[in-house]
Ligand binder design. Structure first.
Ligand code: NAD
Ligand code: UGA
Length: 467
């Protein structure tokens, strides 16, 4: 019979491991969930008495308030977590490799491997090991080889793939009511039994018909495929936005019209200044690398174009700002509203705002930035990384971090909306207009504001996907 899971350990207390396993703890009071991480500061933040959690995610605090100390624990004691658990999630980071073979494309599997080796070294009883991180196809095989080569006698390991599909900003609602939970296993009696154990955990709140059981390799590839197809939709709509700008068509109307086709569907068709986030680009590059390795250059080129279109969209937007402002922004002050890669998160990884600000800096503009959630230190780190050749003092001379949208817009010549925070729609635009230099421009990179309303106030408004 399948093992009944009573103790779960999650290695990696990041954007995925934290929310995912906190929700498992909330929904399964009979299971003890311990989330471990090597990063002391991160674990301390998860344990902070006043719930100053390391990530901002709507609804997360309530979940942690209810479960923490009851059956949810955060710790840096990785070994103890491993020893006690019957099921271990590996939810560590898998960034794009920066050097060596496959640099710039392949996933860096070092963290996955280190966590796997630790499990093999420490475990004294059998475990179900679950790949939660997004990994290249067939990583589970490497994990199994490492575990089997290093395990103690009488320790048996079953490997499952259980990729995560949550989106940041909606992680908690996504986890409460997932479209599907995907579990991949070897189609052997042991594999199927391990799969049943994990299925039982999710079945505490997810309807059984939404829990899909497939083979290991399909599961791993489905995660890359889902992200690639989602990103491809955005690159497609962004490619069309360029045609709209040149022809007089309106991208919102086009998206609406095509989205009515039930085969296409209305979601994820919002033109933007380009997609960001830690995963889309990384996972597509990973797929490109996989395709190249399999000697499928046409397939690789096809997916690579999704990322190239995204880069093009960002460049195109920066250029439109410069072109519109009489071909120069030198010495001009530009207010950038939003720094996170999307609304309702403090995450800035691969955020389009970083590229825009770097472009404005290189045109010698002054930039005021405001974001409701991103911490100041993060902005400085991201901007320094984006311009490695520019001295830090120079960056700090050109960029100012502001405490409100109003402060950022004061005395500016242009406002650039880089993130679709709801509060940017609710600012007093009349007051903003009064405080700005004229002509006052608004560049809406997120189709967020009512352009007609702003034009009536006096703004010159430029919107993605409209002439
Ligand atoms: P993250 O960087 O926020 O978190 C990873 C954590 O793992 C870090 O805190 C790090 O200290 C810890 N860690 C690394 N090696 C460790 C080790 N050997 N032992 C203990 N702790 C270790 O990353 P994330 O955003 O949570 O992403 C994790 C994985 O999930 C990635 O593979 C990513 O592709 C995937 N994913 C992310 C999202 C998302 O929205 N961010 C969604 C779905 C899937
Ligand atoms: C994405 C996927 O949506 C998740 O299913 C997946 O689990 C996750 O990647 C992952 O593997 O990390 P996430 O990156 O958190 O989630 O957020 P999205 O909502 O997908 O947005 C990604 C980027 O695309 C953002 O910059 C967003 O502003 C942009 N976007 C999204 C658009 O420009 N237009 C849209 O219509 C939708």
């Amino acid at each position: 019979a399948p093992v009944k899971v009573t103790k779960i350990c999650c290695i990696g207390a990041g954007y995925v491991g934290g929310p995912t396993c906190a929700v498992i703890a909330l929904k399964c009071p009979h299971i003890t969930v311990t989330i471990v991480d090597l990063n002391q500061a991160r674990v301390d933040a998860w344990n902070s008495p006043d719930f100053k959690l390391p990530i901002y995610e709507p609804g997360l605090e309530e979940v942690v308030r209810e479960a923490r100390g009851r059956n949810l624990f955060f710790s840096t004691d990785v070994d103890k977590g491993i020893l006690e658990a019957d099921l271990i999630f590996v939810s560590v980071n898998t960034p794009t490799k920066k050097s060596g073979v496959g640099a710039g494309f392949a996933a860096d599997l070092n963290y996955v491997e280190l966590a796997t080796r630790r499990i093999a070294q420490v475990a004294t009883s059998s475990k179900i090991v679950v790949e939660k991180s997004t990994v290249p196809c067939r990583t589970a095989e490497s994990m199994r080889t490492i575990l089997e080569a290093n395990s103690k006698p009488n320790c048996h390991f079953d490997i499952l793939s259980n990729p995560e599909f949550l989106a940041e900003g909606t992680a908690i609602t996504d986890l409460f009511a997932p479209d599907r939970v995907l579990i991949g296993s070897l189609q052997t009696p042991e594999g199927i039994s391990a799969c049943a154990s994990l299925t039982e955990v999710y079945a505490n709140w997810v309807p059984k018909d939404r829990i899909l059981n497939v083979g290991l390799w399909s599961s791993e590839l489905s995660k890359l495929a889902a992200n690639a197809m989602l990103a491809q939709r955005i690159s497609s709509i962004n490619a069309l936005s360029a045609i709209c700008e040149a022809t007089g068509a309106n991208i919102d109307e086009v998206a609406h019209a095509i989205g009515y086709d039930t085969r296409i569907g209305p979601k994820f068709l919002k033109a933007s200044v380009g997609f960001g986030g830690s995963c889309f680009q990384k996972d597509i590059l990973n797929l490109v690398y996989l395709s190249e390795s399999l000697h499928l250059p046409e397939v690789a080129a096809y997916w690579r174009q999704v990322v190239e279109m995204n880069e093009h969209q960002k460049r195109r937007f920066s250029k439109r700002v410069v072109d519109t402002m009489f071909n120069t922004i030198t010495g001009k002050r530009i207010a950038v509203l939003g720094f996170a890669f999307k609304a309702d998160t403090g995450d800035t990884r691969e955020s389009a705002a970083i590229t825009l600000i770097r472009d404005f800096q290189s045109e010698k503009a002054y930039v005021n930035v405001y974001d409701p959630q991103v911490v100041e230190e993060q902005i400085w780190t991201d901007l320094a990384e984006a311009s490695p050749l520019v001295p830090e003092e120079q960056i700090k001379k050109q960029v100012r971090i502001c405490k409100s949208a109003m402060e950022a817009c004061k005395d500016a010549e242009a406002v650039v909306i880089a993130t679709e925070w709801k509060e940017f729609n609710e600012i007093n635009w009349e007051e903003v207009y009064q405080s700005m230099n004229k002509p006052a421009f608004v560049f809406d990179g997120r189709l967020l504001v009512d352009a007609e309303k702003l034009r009536n106030i006096g703004f010159k408004v430029v919107t993605i996907g409209r002439p």
